[in-house]
Design a protein around this ligand. Sequence first.
Ligand code: PFF
Length: 450
Amino acid sequence: MAKRGKWKSSLGFVLAAAGSAVGLGNIWRFPYVTGKNGGAVFLFVYILAVIFLGLVVMYAELSLGRATQKNPVGAFEKIKPGSLWKGVGFLGVFTGVGILSYYSVIAGWTLYYFYISSLGKFTGNITRTQVDKIFASFVSNPLLTIVMLFLFILLTSFVVSRGISSGIEKWTGVLMPLLFLILLVLSIYSLTLPGASRGLSFYLRPDFSKLNLRMILSAVGQAFFSLSLGMGAMITYGSYLSRDENLFASGLEVVGFDTLVAFLAGIIIFPTVFTYGLSPQAGVPLVFKTLPFTFSRLPLGRLFGPLFFFLLAIAALTSTISLVEVATSYLVDEKKMARPLAAYMVGGVAFLIGIPSALSTSSRFFSNFAFGKSFLDIMDYLWANISLPLGALLLSIFVAYVWGARNAAMEIRPDKARKFPGEDLWVIDIKFFVPIVLGIILISALLGFS
Ligand code: PFF
């Protein structure tokens, strides 16, 4: 059997896992779903979901991956051979391709925004009409959006085809800290805007009377989406980890960093939204219709704009890499396919499925596909809000009851002789809280109560 890739260093792993987690989910998706779901209450539920579901499932995935040293399908098969459980792994493989298909459409938008901001389009106190026009003229061009989608997927498959440490690790390590720095600068600037206090009160002052089931489902979906959980990405990344790595600390770092980045994105977006009279409910285009205001007025914005969109594209790339990697590692491990062939094949399939999403802003048919929603909206809802929580539900049952919560806990312990901090709570959480809460949410979503 071919030797499996390994991370070169512990920091390399944390950066790669954080690279998978931090992406459009934090900067594009988080502000838009927060805005759509009423702001602060959503943030509140989101943070609870990150702590009591996300972090817990993060450990479950990483430990399963490292213990089995397998891709998601192989991991279930190794622990329970010949059973139907490997179906959960397959669900992950499909979910990865599904998410990749429309995620790369938005990633293509960031590439385009990088291009136009380099040309200096976001300068000179830009007006709302100009911002809307720039956005509309791009997204209504079917060929351009498809070409951007194609380029982005090609880039991803190229990196994945090069293998684990030479490809993924190298790309992730360098640019992430820079993105974080820019986010800090932008946050501070946003706080000085005239609409800052209204923006912050929308974002941080919860009105609990607005709480509803749909919002809870979205918050849970967003937590899994943002942390790359529920489809085996972290099983796969965990499988490239060596035995002496400290899973406990790594998991905490990845979750903490991811949540901080999302939080900052909100601090940047909402003051801007309220300052320029935009709607927090704008949905998918929110970030693309908000940030041009920031860059056109920020001192040095002419420089920060292109740099920001470049780094956002890189952050998206380190996430799409993990989406492609799940299916690729399955094809390489189980089907003995050559890595480059597998990577390009997965990319090719995602590209074809992605075309209707790319057309969701230009074709009448796809922009109002069903239930008054666009094809991209429907894909986003199905994969993120249904498939990821479902994957996480099944995974938690598997880890808690088939593999055994204590076996998993042993894997997480930095020192095998001693429980990790909060171990007993983790065991209760994965055995009862995660399956029960996810079960209730999913059943009610399916019955249409949301
Ligand atoms: N976590 C990524 C983001 O927030 O942009 C998206 C993602 C990557 C979701 C990998 C799921 C996944 F397996």
